[in-house]
Write a protein that binds this ligand. Structure first.
Ligand SMILES: Cc1cc2nc3c(=O)[nH]c(=O)nc-3n(C[C@H](O)[C@H](O)[C@H](O)COP(=O)(O)O)c2cc1C
Length: 439
């Protein structure tokens, strides 16, 4: 049997708990040079695409801004358009919300990126999980989850109608006959739906990919069903072997209901990595990164998210205070809410007591850790094994440093994946759909 090919993407670090801004090697989250460094590194490594997340409001706890967030997340499609000019083959994926935008406008921007980049655009469709972000939009209006995904589905369907409304050979530019566009080649779109109404023609010819690659991130049943119906790629947090296998089987099994085949949806968990010359050294590096990721303030912020109280007076290097969580609503804003905080607090307390952990040590222990830790050989083997075992079709790599966090991976791990015969040694196509083996 032929081995599955691994797909890889590069996540630009930013407002998330993975990013270490305190490291002397950390650069700006805004300067174009940071974006170009990471994108060019990804392209040197022949990665499938470069990925930008989106955050539409600074996170807060009871009115206090999380000043540990690496503040600054420029608008994705603008950055990607600039990157299109300094890269040649790399896919360019931007997260853009479907709850707060309008299809006609966003379809135009995405089509423009696909034109500018010669067929390398991707749209990560997110819906937002919190009303707090919604306060920046639609006069505070916010939709519940079922409505958000219904709106997102109508958004994508309508965008596709717009993208498809020009026939592929619409532009003839026939100087002799004095005809620019073939008669009848630009269709009208008449859409009256629950969320949108569009009545007219699209302003752009069909783009190189026809439509951008659609990515979905979001884990609810509604989110998975949306992905099965509409997405080409899922960005998920299920990066560990058995958990990944369960997620993979679940999502792929949903495709048939939508008349689709398993290979038409690629599953790419977001993963972190730590390398070393020996597995022991890599483990030490991983522990060092974790200590930097969970600095004193971050440790307290995590605690506050579960306890729902201002805990800033407590020493992060001291013991967990003897305090019950405040279970009233809406303490931590702009983050995905933690379910069942009372049970989580009890579990954390038991663990801290059992192992004698300080607040910071506890948070390091209970929050996400590096997915792949080891020598380049170990990491290449693990990545290959996860893909062959149907835990994933590939991974979105989330480095902890901007902009150099991918350098070592590209120089040391990618060649080993190539030697194993599971990763391209050069791009064979021009569009992102080509890289992802999508029709
Ligand atoms: C791996 C992953 C990455 C995500 N990245 C973003 C992001 O950058 N911006 C954003 O607004 N939402 C992001 N989300 C949130 C979801 O896309 C989704 O909008 C929200 O969680 C509600 O969906 P759900 O209820 O199906 O989980 C991400 C979710 C996941 C699982």
């Amino acid at each position: 049997m032929t081995r599955k090919q691994v797909h890889l993407a590069a996540h630009f670090p930013g407002v998330n708990n993975t990013t270490v801004w305190t490291d002397p090697r950390s650069g700006s989250q805004i300067d174009f040079s940071s974006f170009t460094h990471l994108a060019r590194t990804a392209e040197r490594g022949k990665l499938d695409f470069f990925f930008l997340a989106e955050g539409l409001r600074l996170r807060e706890l009871k009115g206090r801004i999380h000043d540990l967030d690496v503040v600054g997340r420029p608008e994705a499609l603008t950055v990607l358009s600039a990157l299109a000019a300094v890269t040649d083959r790399l896919g360019l994926a931007g997260t853009v919300n479907a709850t707060f935008n309008e299809p006609y406008e966003l379809a135009r921007r995405l089509s423009t990126l696909d034109h500018l980049s010669g067929g390398r655009a991707a749209w990560n469709v997110v819906t937002t999980s919190d009303a707090f972000t919604g306060e920046n939009f639609r006069r505070g209006g916010y939709l519940d989850r079922a409505d958000r995904y219904e709106r997102a589905a109508e958004f994508v369907r309508l965008s596709r109608e717009l993208w498809d409304s020009w026939q592929p050979d619409a532009v003839v530019a026939d100087r002799a006959a004095g005809r620019f566009v073939r008669d009848g080649a630009i269709g009208t779109v008449e859409h009256q739906g629950r969320h949108f109404s569009v009545d007219g023609r699209f302003t752009l010819p069909r783009s190189p990919q026809g439509r951008p690659v659609i990515i979905q991130a979001g884990d609810s049943a509604e989110g998975r069903e949306f992905a099965a119906a509409h997405a080409d790629v899922i960005f998920t947090g299920h990066g560990r072997l058995e958990d990944g296998q369960r997620f993979y089987a679940d999502v792929k099994s949903r495709l048939a209901r939508h008349g689709r085949e398993p290979h038409q949806l690629k599953i790419m968990p977001g993963v972190t990595f730590a390398l070393g010359d020996t597995d022991e050294e890599a483990a030490e590096n991983a522990a060092g990164i974790r200590r930097k990721q969970v600095g004193p303030q971050t440790a307290i912020a995590f605690l506050e998210q579960v306890w729902g109280r201002d805990m800033s007076a407590y020493d992060p290097d001291g013991p967990l205070p003897d305090l019950d969580p405040d279970l009233s609503e809406g303490v931590s804003q702009g983050r995905v809410a933690i379910k069942n905080r009372a049970a989580v607090a009890a579990k954390w307390r038991a663990l801290a007591e059992e192992k004698g952990l300080t607040i910071r040590e506890l948070v390091i222990e209970v929050t996400g850790r590096q997915t792949f830790v080891g020598t380049p050989e170990t990491v290449a083997r693990l990545i290959d094994e996860h893909v062959q075992a149907d835990a994933a079709d590939g991974f979105i790599l989330v480095p902890h440093l901007t902009p150099g966090g991918l350098d070592d991976f590209v120089d040391r791990v990618v060649p080993l994946l190539q030697e194993r015969g599971v990763f391209r040694t050069d791009y064979t196509g021009h569009t992102l759909r080509d890289h992802l083996e999508l029709a």
